[in-house]
Design a protein around this ligand. Structure first.
Ligand SMILES: Cc1cc2nc3c(=O)[nH]c(=O)nc-3n(C[C@H](O)[C@H](O)[C@H](O)COP(=O)(O)OP(=O)(O)OC[C@H]3O[C@@H](n4cnc5c(N)ncnc54)[C@H](O)[C@@H]3O)c2cc1C
Length: 406
């Protein structure tokens, strides 16, 4: 009998418990428990679309309680707040119940990452983040208020990585569409980046193509610009003050501080837990880490990137390895297979890696396919096919931008 406890129900954790439950739940008294503070799962790579009012969450949010009942794992709504490796237990806190202790044989940490404000003054007070459903809902509410009465509004995004670039393009598209519903309504979008190009972690030619497209969409891109502080309604850089009615911080990632004090486990400078290629923490073979909160080495000396496909692959790999582990077999190392990166710019233009440029409705389809593959793991093909049909019908009846009618 083994007791698997998975902490975090995001891209990695939810796939992990679904796979583990179908493998083990109810068999030979194995148990699978998910610890997650939110009541619903939303796939993070689409959060910027919620902030832009272009993603309808009604059909795609996953209620953990319902999902766990259908798939045979136990869902504990709460936050992990401590680890006792000697006793193989974790502490879980929640608003509605006293602190509880959960015992594990194998612990899988999948608590993800949050934006890194690099301790820049004023950012936590004056900027919004895109790290969770509740945060993007806030951004969307603010955006709705701004646009309710028409007119022109200034928005700033700090960080021109994939998230910042996609949000800027999405807002540019919204601004363009809004003119159809309310003449004179517009967004003036400024994207601020400290590096000398957008998408600094991607190939140079990809950055160039994306930069051209953003400029064509009317986005003001400031490169080589370091933010000094954020204030009410403005971002202060070395050279200028950029006024903004809404400010989003999407620069870099780090893991929460509590991971750095987790019963002596090794972490790096951004609080990721260090793991071996088997995804076991360097100091404890019964504690595993997958997704953005892991620093996992690769053969070429680099680390597995903090991306959704890496999180999904790690979950699939580890679920298989647990099958081997309970049979007493050795664990195989996790090898990340990079399927490339898709940067969608406003739903009708996307770049895949640095070569393939996609235009028109195929972009939306491709983006949806990646998302549906994630859903396929957590629901199965039948339910996903039904969702696709329902969503298609709903989108025929509703406008592109939700704010125009709600
Ligand atoms: C706006 C945005 C757009 C993105 N776009 C892309 C993209 O286009 N392509 C791509 O590959 N990647 C993209 N990413 C990155 C991608 O979403 C992450 O790499 C991926 O979600 C990581 O999965 P994860 O399971 O490690 O973490 P997450 O998906 O973040 O899940 C972590 C979970 O842990 C839970 N949790 C946190 N603390 C605790 C605690 N104390 N106890 C219990 N549970 C806890 C959280 O509630 C959350 O549900 C994007 C990210 C953002 C924010």
């Amino acid at each position: 009998m083994s007791n698997f406890v998975v902490v975090g129900g995001g891209a990695a954790g939810l796939e992990m418990v679904t796979r583990l439950a179908s493998k083990f739940a109810g068999k030979a008294n194995h148990s699978v428990i998910l610890v997650e503070p939110s009541s619903h799962h939303l796939w993070k790579p689409r959060l910027h679309e919620i902030a832009a009012g272009t993603f309808d969450t009604e059909l795609d949010a996953v209620a953990f309680r319902l999902h766990s009942a259908c798939h045979g794992y136990q869902y504990v709504q709460g936050k992990m707040s401590g680890l006792n490796r000697a006793q193989k237990s974790i502490a879980v806190t929640s608003e509605s119940a006293p602190e509880q202790t959960l015992h594990y044989d194998y612990l899988v940490m999948a608590v993800g990452a949050i934006s890194n404000d690099f301790k820049t003054p004023g950012v936590s007070e004056h900027c919004l983040f895109l790290d969770s459903a509740s945060q993007v809902e806030k951004a969307w509410e603010k955006m709705k208020q701004l646009l309710a009465n028409g007119g022109s509004h200034r928005v700033s995004i700090v960080g021109a990585g994939a998230t910042g670039v996609e949000l800027a393009a999405e807002w540019a598209k919204v601004s363009h569409q809004l003119n159809r519903y309310q003449k004179g309504t517009a967004l003036s979008i400024t994207l601020i980046e400290a590096a000398d190009r957008v998408l600094p972690a991607s190939a140079q030619c990809m950055s160039e193509k994306v930069m051209k497209k953003l400029q064509k969409q009317g986005v003001n891109v400031r490169l080589n610009t370091r933010v000094q502080r954020a204030e009410t309604d403005r971002i202060v850089t070395e050279n200028e003050v950029i006024p903004a009615d809404l400010q989003i911080w999407a620069a870099g990632i780090r893991c929460p501080d509590w991971l750095a004090n987790l019963d002596g486990l090794e972490t790096n400078r951004i609080n990721q837990l260090k793991v071996l290629p088997t995804l076991q923490t360097t100091l404890d073979e019964n504690v595993f880490v997958i997704g953005d909160s892991a620093e996992c080495p690769q053969d070429d000396g680099t680390f597995v990137p903090p991306r959704a496909q890496a999180a999904n692959q790690a979950a699939g790999h580890l679920a298989k390895q647990f099958g081997r582990l309970v049979k007493g077999k050795a664990l195989k190392p996790f090898v990340f297979k990079d399927g490339g990166m898709v940067i969608a710019l406003g739903h009708d233009y996307a770049l895949m890696n640095d070569k393939v440029v996609l235009r028109g409705r195929y972009v939306r389809r491709l983006y949806d396919t990646i998302f549906r593959l994630h859903q396929q793991v957590i629901f199965g093909w039948f339910r996903v096919s039904a969702l696709v049909v329902l969503k298609r019908v709903k989108s025929l009846l509703n406008p592109y931008y939700k704010g125009s009618w709600s």
